[in-house]
Structures are given as C-alpha cells and as structure tokens.
Design a protein around this ligand. Structure first.
Ligand SMILES: [Zn+2]
Length: 554
C-alpha cells in the first residue's frame, strides 16, 4: 500500500471534465486511478529523501499507551510503518551522545568512539557562530555514516541536520562538514566553526523571526480535556516539587523565555519549522540523488526528566509532538511526492521512572544508590598513598577523586598516577569491586576483560558493556544497578543504565521502499543505517555492527 498523504496522479483524460466537477471526480477516482502506480512491488528508483527523526528519550510505551490519541505524525508512522516492537539501543551507557552516534553509523559506541555525554561533542578548539557557549564538533567520532555513503555514491547529495542539542545535531551525520545547526540559548540556531564561519542566509532569516521570544508569558495547557489523561497531574516528586501542575507558564521576559524554551513543547515545533525552512532553502528531496534530513527533537527528554515518564506532562508532550510531526509531514508532502521519501524514527535512549512513582513499570523497591562512601574511601586511600588530587568532587554529573573518575557507573583509574606510587592496580580494583558489591541497589560489578568470556547472547548486560568498551585499558570497573534504581543525582527522572528500561526504544520505518507491519524480532538501532542503505541503494563504506532488517523492506 502507498503511504497516506501520497500525491495523486490524475489520469490525463480527466482534464476534459469541466472545472466544476474536477474536484469531486478526482476525489472519487483517486484510489482507482492512482492504484496501478502505487502497487508496484518495488520502486526502481531509490527514495529522493531520507528523513531520520530521533525523539530524544522516547520510550516505546508512549506509542502504545497513547496510541488512540495519536492522530498526527506519530500516529501516521506508528500505524502505517514497519514497527519493530523489540528495538534496542543495545549498549550500556544509554545517554544522548552515544545513542545519536549509533543511529546512522550502524555501529556501537565502542566503534564510534562516543562513550558518554561528557566525552561527546564539546570541543574547545572551535566556537559557535553568532552565539556564546561551548564549542562543539564531531572530533571524537570515528568512522563513517549514511551521510558519507550517500555522498560517495553521488556527490550531489544534500544533507541537513538540526536539533535543539549540539550533540544530537552533530553526531548522526558523523564527521562530514555539512549544514548542521542547533539551538543556542540566545534563541538562535547556530553552528560551530568546525562547519563554517558564518550562518547561511536562510538560517539568519529564520533567526530574525525571533520565534522563541514570541513565547514569553505563554501558558502550556493540556491539549485535550482533562478526561483524556489518566495520569494524576499533582505529583510532588515532579519538577523537584516546584510548579508540578498545569499550566506551566513561560517567563514574561523574552530573554528568559528564550533560555527556558527547551522545557516546553514549542521547542520541538520551532525545530520542525526550522527543518522545513531548510528543506526549502536547500531544495532537499528534489532529486535526482537521495538527500538526507536528520531531525532530533529534544523536548520529550526535557519534559521526561522534569516530570517523569508517567506524568500528565509527558502524555501531553507526546500528543503535541504527534501534532507537530503531522504538520511537518503534511508540509513536506505538499512540496515533495511522498512516494520519494522514506522516514525513519527512533530514540537515543529510554527513561526510568522516578523510584517514588509506581505506575506502568514493575519498579517496587526502586531506590537511589549512593556511591559516595565507596568513592570517598577510595579517594582517601589513594591520597594517603601519595596520589595527588583535590579529594572527592562532584561536578557536572562526574565524580572525581585522587587518581580516578566515576561517571555513569564507569570507574576509570589513572594508571600513571597509580604506578608512580607503586599501587597494584589489580589489587585495588578487586578491593573497590568488593566495596561496590556491598552497596544496596548495585546488581553487579564487572571488568570488561571478564565480560568478553560471558555468553553475550543471554547476558545482555555483558553484551551492552562490550558494545561500549573493548578492554580494561581505560576502564577499571563497570557498575550496573538493579533495574529501576538510580544513581543518586538530583531529583530528575533518569536514564543512562544498561537495563532494558533505558535501552528499549521505538524503531520505525515508513514510506518509500518500506513494508508496513509489526515485527517482534530483536532489532538494534545499529540495524537502521544498513536498512536505510539498502532502501536507498547505497553501500556502507566499512564493516558495520548492524544488519539489514529485511522484513521491513519491500
Ligand atoms: Zn537523550
């Protein structure tokens, strides 16, 4: 079947019908006249446009829980696409940067080189264009992506990647110097000097509209009547106990509203508007080559962190995202033939509910796990042995102590500092492991070299750590929490663990070359790039971790 929204080709004989009857007759005949072309088994031509949509922190159960209310773009993809219900970001550190490095490379973070947000895109050697803030580039990213494969096949290929977040705009297309834009806190879409020294005219024109400031003072109210939401609105653990009920009102100051926009559904709408402006300016999808548009939408992550995956706010955010994606796809299909477009959708990671909220997940007994006593003792003992440092600190989500760092369950030891004071690393690692195993809420503590001996088909935690790191050189220990537990770190809902709740994501293909259906086979996000490569008839330029999901292809 052709996707909904496809342009209809009216048989030329109809043009003799008077103008007055053309509309109703074309409606009447659309299905009949268009059917022969639409039902061809395989399009001889590859799609002219790949639209890859990443919804930051989108759990697959958002689609099932809210399916009856999804009347826009999400509903269209979910109901008309090839939907893999058993899809995973199959690596351990389920954060934004590693997840986005996988989506169009077809390789795990162990091979993309992007192991954590803290080792993502921040780059002090480049600066932002027309904006203040941290410079960003893909300098840590290794290897190629679908972007490179498309350009290798046809140098005319045009690329555009946009997001609210720098890492989510940069990493999907790898190292290629293409139009890549993200949102700066001054309300402008920016890029970095890695890509160019000035913003193109269409970006400056979009920025000049000052859309973010126009939301100053605006209230976010639920889209539907109260009866449409089964979630209680008043849950004090949400939003750190402040402003946890509707309406959520933007600051009346345009500057502040611009800075806070990322917490509101309107940020996604603006990102999609910006993407559409780019489609027009760059003439994406006009062919004959296959172009690529990557859009990563970040508000589901921001709202999920603040209010949790069981909140009325996340429910409403998904409905608003659904409507915004519907408007976007309708706009795209107005200027391009939908039969020339393949759409893919996934997420960079899932989200674990607040330990205090029990709604859709079996998280009874979930706790916040405090690593500080172990890390404090480690820092003290290394300091006493002569390892220099400033004692235990916690900055930007990372613990550091004398001779070590601890981030997202990963302990790194400073080999040089340890050997200088003649500390046996293996003995130290053994002692720290024993200490961590006594911490309530810790499920397991592993060395990477030992995990390689495990049955990585059955032991998914071992497999996911091995998809992050290849040996013990950099990483001394990896600590995994029991599912649904959090590392102690502020009162936001979290992700980042190797457990299914953070790794399970939607994987959907829709449109040109896609065979719609529900598929329950195990699918990895690493499989998306090779599958899209097959659909658009390009060859990956290196060995991939993923494989083609043949069931999804016509
Ligand atoms: Zn994310």
């Amino acid at each position: 079947m052709r996707p909904r929204g496809a342009n209809n080709h009216i048989d030329s004989t109809i043009v003799i019908i008077t103008r007055r009857f053309t509309l109703w007759l074309s409606i009447l005949l659309a299905g009949v006249v268009a059917r022969p072309a639409a039902c061809q088994a395989t399009s001889p031509q590859p799609p002219k446009l790949v639209v890859f949509i990443t919804v930051d922190a989108m759990r697959p159960d958002y689609l099932t829980r809210f399916s009856k209310q999804l009347t826009g773009g999400l509903g269209r993809l979910y109901n008309g696409g090839a939907v893999f219900t058993n899809g995973f970001q199959d690596h351990a550190i389920t954060e934004t940067a590693p997840g986005h490095s996988v989506i169009m490379s077809g390789r795990y973070p162990v091979h993309t080189g992007i192991s954590a947000n803290t080792a993502g895109v921040n780059d002090t050697t480049v600066s932002l264009v027309d904006a203040a803030g941290l410079g960003a580039s893909p300098f840590r990213f290794r290897g190629t992506t679908l972007t490179d494969w498309l350009i290798a096949k046809d140098p005319r290929t045009r690329i555009l990647s946009v997001s609210r977040k720098d890492r989510a705009a940069i990493l999907p297309i790898g190292r290629s110097k293409q139009p890549v834009f993200w949102y700066a806190l001054n309300g402008l879409f920016t890029t970095s000097t890695y890509y160019g020294s000035t913003l193109p005219e269409w970006v400056r024109a979009f920025n000049a509209r000052k859309l973010p400031a126009s939301y100053a003072g605006k209230a976010w109210q639920p889209l539907l009547p109260d009866s449409a939401y089964s979630e209680p609105d008043s849950v004090p653990i949400e939003s750190n106990g402040v402003n946890f009920t509707f309406p959520h009102v933007e600051s009346s100051s345009p500057d502040t509203a611009t800075r806070l926009l990322s917490e509101f559904p309107w940020m996604d709408e603006i990102t999609l508007d910006f993407a559409m402006a780019g489609v027009n300016a760059l003439n994406l999808g006009a062919g004959p080559q296959t172009d690529l548009l990557s859009i990563s939408l970040s508000t589901t992550d921001a709202v999920g962190h603040r209010y949790g995956p069981d909140s009325r706010e996340i429910h409403d955010q998904i409905l608003r995202l659904d409507r915004a994606l519907g408007v976007f796809l309708d706009s795209l299909y107005r200027i391009r033939n939908s039969r020339d477009i393949v759409v893919a959708l996934t997420a960079d990671h899932g989200l674990t509910p607040f330990p205090e909220v029990h709604a859709h997940d079996p998280n009874a007994g979930a706790i916040r796990v405090d690593p500080r006593s172990v890390l404090q003792r480690l820092s003290n003992s290394l300091a006493a042995a002569g390892v220099p440092g400033h004692g235990l600190n916690f900055i930007a989500g990372v613990y550091t102590g004398n001779g070590f760092s601890f981030d997202a369950g990963v302990l790194e030891l400073d080999r040089a500092a340890l050997s200088k004071v003649r500390i046996n690393r293996d003995s130290l690692v053994g002692a720290v492991r024993a200490a961590f195993l006594k911490v309530p809420g810790v499920a397991r503590v592993d060395r990477i070299s030992e995990l390689a001996q495990r049955d990585t088909v059955k032991d998914r935690i071992a497999r996911r750590w091995l998809h992050m790191f290849s040996d013990d050189d950099k990483v001394a220990l990896v600590i995994t929490l029991t599912p649904y537990n959090y590392w102690l770190s502020g009162y936001i809902a979290q992700h980042g663990s190797p457990n299914d709740i953070d790794a399970h994501v939607p994987i959907i293909f829709y449109g040109s070359g896609v065979k719609p259906g529900r598929y329950d086979e195990f699918a990895g996000v690493v499989d998306m790039a090779p599958t899209l490569a097959a659909i658009v008839h390009v060859t990956p330029q290196e060995k991939l971790d993923g494989h083609v999901l043949q069931n999804a292809i016509r």
